[in-house]
Design a protein around this ligand. Sequence first.
Ligand SMILES: *Cc1c(COP(=O)(O)O)cnc(C)c1O
Length: 378
Amino acid sequence: MTDRIREFLSLRRPDGPCLVVDLDVVRDNYRTFATAMPDTRIFYAVKANPAPEVLRALAELGSNFDCASPVEIEAVLDAGAGSDRISYGNTIKKERDIQRAFALGVRLYAVDSVEEVEKVARAAPGSRVFCRILCNDTGNTAEWPLTRKFGCVPEMAVDVLEHAHRAGLEAFGVSFHVGSQQGNVEAWDGALSAAAAVFRASAERGIQLKMVNLGGGFPAKYLREMPTVRRYSMAIGSALRKHFGNRLPETIIEPGRGMVGDAGLIKAEVVLISRKEKDDPVRWVYLDIGKFGGLAETMDEAIRYPIRTRHDGSEAAPCVLAGPTCDSADVLYEKTPYDLPISLTIGDEVLIEGAGAYTTTYASVGFNGFAPLRSYVI
Ligand SMILES: *Cc1c(COP(=O)(O)O)cnc(C)c1O
């Protein structure tokens, strides 16, 4: 927890669960990416945390933005970034949404099929497109893996890009995403090998691709120690040189979690501590926030947040951790129980760290009457 967040919580004492985001940390993270990867343009993945203050701070620092809908595009424009700094990175778009984006000035679009190319060619004529390729996380090293929903096989990407070229679009490049919270700095190597093959095959058809979109995947700090941005940058740099030689493409990255994850902290409260049988060694600890209040990424116990209490350092024992709603899926950690202090009591405050990404956007509107996660950006 940063001093600024500590001070905010002690002065304001907000009631109910809330997220507090420290903009200084977001700015530091941006500068870390920019310094470690000076030749790469940064497109912040807006969905990770679209708070206007976050967008404004990043726009002021010169960031570009990866958007998935007209609403996100408008939020970025409102934050002061021009449409030339926006990529419409969703491969699944309604044609009228593409029209809207085009009218707002967006000229860079993601596709992963000939069918989507047709829509972009009609609704955003002459724009740049990049084709997303499938990327299998062979080592299973991403904590929040992305499945087969987005991207096509590299061989098909060549056809998709040629189709775009013939339809009057600019076949601009290739994108991929190695899986979110990717702990393996080498994970980009296989995807860059495939991207280089798409570049070569396209060149044989007379199409000179220019750009590789390296996606997100850069980690936030949760319980496990993660490599530094600099180590990702070195590994990606050497993979680029290995597969592209001295004809290096233009590159962009789209960090979401790595930009805002460790900038935010959720303040929550223990509602109940109980047991399922009298002498059961495992306590059930119910918080006033759960899967539907913003902690959706605990699905399959994928993301394990660090949790602080005022009893830290004292003896701890395993707990099942659950949320407050009447849905039995609202259990955060059970397969791998969570160690919490034995002296933890009902009414205690708990602080969930690393919660700046994918929390406010995943909170339900009012399930069981619980309000969406409140957010303060300081
Ligand atoms: C969500 C998303 C990102 C951000 O991924 P992180 O792992 O949070 O950095 C980047 N690019 C695209 C296309 C995305 O959908």
